[in-house]
Design a protein around this ligand. Structure first.
Ligand SMILES: Nc1ncnc2c1ncn2[C@@H]1O[C@H](COP(=O)(O)OP(=O)(O)OP(=O)(O)O)[C@@H](O)[C@H]1O
Ligand SMILES: O=P(O)(O)OC[C@H]1O[C@](O)(CO)[C@@H](O)[C@@H]1O
Ligand SMILES: [Mg+2]
Length: 539
């Protein structure tokens, strides 16, 4: 397969929207390519693909020519595409078919039914005039050609890891998307997470069966942690004749999906593996936000409001609410920002301390003196080191190997009570609310339902078009196909030196719990990390 540049220097992607296997090296984790090396004629490419655009000359708006009188060039800019694999990489002779959406009544009204093979989604949306073009992902959506006929598709759906509002909507919309857009009837539900692949039972998922499941919380298919055995799972996929696998789950699940994709590729079987990122913690890298997150933040308001009412209705009321967030404090941060009554938010990313100037006790006392109550929101992963010290607890893990958290809410409640009663000789009125599971075991709200529908449909379009080994998700509000490894290599956490955390500090007026020196060191470390990441990305 060759890629070529036309006379006008624009990049031509191959018409069939993918690159063949023999053109990929096994070195790079992704199919990364940028445009510069395509400087002349046509060339064969090998992985990791670094295509570089020749010095980019922007069209002058007035003259609409390639000349650039102002000398306003981008220079040696890279346009890097981190592409996802395609079935034809290891099955080069796969036939393709015209996408049936072309004949669909609903889509006939769409001006541009199919996504162009050249459409990319930029990872960085904030750019400067002379900054490099940067990393891009393939835009999600229906393609002109598909690599499955409706009759040959046997799809399956599995849900793994913790619960999250909207899982049932995603299941429903995969089933309905396959049926209504592509005429696919054969969809199996794997029950109870990855280990469900080893079970004899599966559910037949028809549009009728899933019709109203989006109105319920949880997962219609049930879920589990642990028990991932790649070879056994792929054996089972083969034995059942499954050729599209939709995997809904968090970072652990996506790592499992990447392993399944690799095994499928090794065996050279026609199976498309699509990951749909799910996590209540919003800790999945690259994508804008995970589904169900907004619903959970909204539900958290009920607990925070209740704690506020309780705390302000008594003398020296202390309201504490513990929310989910294992390593990432997004739920606590956004629930706090959305509420405005919270006086202090504690999250895993921001170490805090209790005693002394600038500590939590001092701040609580000040709030009690000024307002006669104080309201604290706490992410479950915050302050784990303190709890571990005071309880001398043994570190336990769940079946997937995730560290089991100690109850920081109970611990903090006790610490504050002891401090004010014993040290400060003050009577306080403690009201502790732990709505942990209540914010995730609910159905998704309307806007999350729409988001889940887009995710499901994008996954279906991607699999039908023969893409595999991808996770789907919004990047700067546009849905994209992202190589699975890309979303599992790092975790999304609250940026302590970013504006959103500063907004929170400004809204609560809480102490930042860091002195200037520590903050400086953190900023420096972030900078060094960012530079190192850039080095890794550019090698
Ligand atoms: N590195 C890995 N390789 C293969 N499978 C994995 C890996 N890590 C986790 N898994 C499997 O993925 C499934 C879910 O993992 P986990 O329990 O960590 O939840 P998760 O997907 O991260 O979701 P969440 O964190 O939102 O609850 C489990 O069945 C686990 O065995
Ligand atoms: O469902 P489990 O196993 O109790 O796990 C709870 C954990 O799952 C999450 O909801 C998602 O990882 C965390 O916020 C929480 O710590
Ligand atoms: Mg996880």
């Amino acid at each position: 397969m060759e890629l070529s540049l036309s006379n006008s220097s624009s990049l031509r992607f191959p018409q069939n929207d993918f690159l063949p296997r023999h053109n990929r090296s096994t070195l790079g984790p992704f199919h990364t390519f940028s445009i510069k090396k395509l400087a002349s004629k046509s060339i064969s490419i090998c992985r990791p693909l670094i295509w570089r655009r020749p010095p980019l000359v922007r069209l002058n708006a007035q003259t609409a020519t390639e000349s650039n009188a102002s000398g306003d060039k981008h220079g040696d800019d890279d346009f890097i595409v981190e592409d996802v694999p395609h079935l034809t990489h290891f099955l080069p002779d796969l036939p393709s078919y015209t996408n049936p959406l072309k004949k669909s009544q609903a889509y006939a009204v769409v001006k541009k039914t199919f996504v162009s093979p050249e459409d990319m989604v930029a990872k960085e949306i904030i750019v400067q005039k002379d900054s490099p073009r940067g990393i891009h992902f393939r835009r999600a959506g229906p393609r002109e050609k598909v690599f499955f006929t409706p009759e040959e598709v046997r799809a399956c759906i599995v849900t793994c890891g913790g619960l999250c509002p909207g899982i049932n909507t995603v299941i429903r919309e995969i089933v309905c998307g396959l049926k209504n857009m592509y005429g696919v009837d054969d969809v199996l539900g794997i029950q109870g997470g990855y280990s469900g692949f080893y079970s004899k039972n599966t559910l037949n998922l028809t549009t009728k069966v899933v019709n109203d499941i989006h109105k319920r919380g949880g997962t219609f298919l049930q879920t589990s942690r642990g028990g991932h055995d790649t070879k056994k799972i792929v054996d089972n996929i083969q034995d059942r004749g499954i050729n599209q696998v939709y995997i809904i789950g968090g970072d652990g699940t996506q790592k499992g999906a990447a392993a399944i994709y690799k095994e499928v590729e090794k065996r050279g079987i026609k199976v498309a593996v699509a990951g749909i990122p799910k996590t209540i913690d919003n800790d999945i890298a690259v994508i804008d936000k995970s589904f169900g997150f907004d619903t959970a933040v909204e539900e958290a308001q009920r607990a925070i409001n209740a704690a506020h009412v309780e705390a302000e209705s008594v003398q020296n009321g202390v309201g504490i609410v513990k929310l989910m967030g294992r390593y990432s404090g997004f739920i606590a941060m956004l629930a706090t920002l959305g509420n405005r009554d919270v006086d202090c938010c504690l999250i895993p990313e921001s170490p805090f301390y209790l005693e002394g100037p600038g500590g939590l006790y001092e701040y609580v006392e000040q709030q009690l003196k000024e307002n006669r109550h104080v309201l604290i929101v706490l992410a479950e992963g915050a302050g784990q080191e303190y709890v571990a010290q005071s309880m001398q607890a043994f570190q336990e893990k769940d079946a997937s190997g995730n560290r089991l958290l100690l109850d920081v809410g109970l611990w903090l409640t006790q610490q504050i009570k002891d401090h004010f009663t014993n040290e400060r000789k003050m009577t306080i009125n403690m009201k502790y609310i732990d709505p942990t599971y209540m914010i995730r075991a609910i159905p998704s709200n309307a806007s999350d339902n729409i988001y889940c529908t887009l995710l499901a449909q994008s996954a279906v379009h991607g699999a039908m078009a023969g893409f595999t080994g991808f996770t789907v998700g919004p990047v700067n509000s546009r849905h994209a196909y992202i190589p699975i490894n890309r979303v599992t290599e790092t975790t999304n956490t609250v940026n302590m030196t970013g504006r959103m955390w500063a907004r929170l500090l400004a809204s609560t007026n809480q102490p930042s719990f860091v002195n200037h020196q520590t903050l400086r060191e953190r900023v420096d470390k972030n900078t060094i990390d960012a530079i190192n990441n850039m080095k890794i990305n550019s090698t």
